[in-house]
Design a protein. Structure first.
Length: 112
């Protein structure tokens, strides 16, 4: 379900629902990280989900999370937020011409 927009309705496993989010600093550290809260301000459907954050890679080298947005170079993103350069983030289901994320459950399969 990693980055698969068909699963945005699944709490704790699906990706962040497409929407526009205002960013604010979380009141306390999140697993030792200065995380940013994502408050939905757009009209996108949230499927009863909330509590989304931006943070560093916390669940492995691919950037897995429980629905949050994780950044490989989070210190750079956080610094831009603190300088006032980033105040909002827009999540989209896909971009034109992009390829879907590979399914890690099928990574053993070699296609010819």
């Amino acid at each position: 379900m990693f980055d698969d927009p068909r699963h945005v309705s699944k709490k704790m496993v699906g990706p962040t629902p497409p929407n526009t989010y205002d960013l604010t600093m979380r009141e306390a550290l999140f697993h030792g990280v200065e995380a940013l809260r994502m408050k939905p301000v757009g009209g996108g459907k949230m499927y009863g989900r909330d509590g989304f954050l931006t943070h560093s890679y916390l669940l492995g080298p691919r950037g897995d999370s429980n629905g949050c947005i994780s950044f490989k170079d989070y210190p750079k993103f956080l610094a831009a937020y603190k300088r006032g350069e980033v105040t909002r983030i827009v999540v989209v289901a896909s971009l034109p011409g992009s390829t879907p994320a590979p399914n890690p459950l099928l990574s053993w399969l070699k296609l010819k």
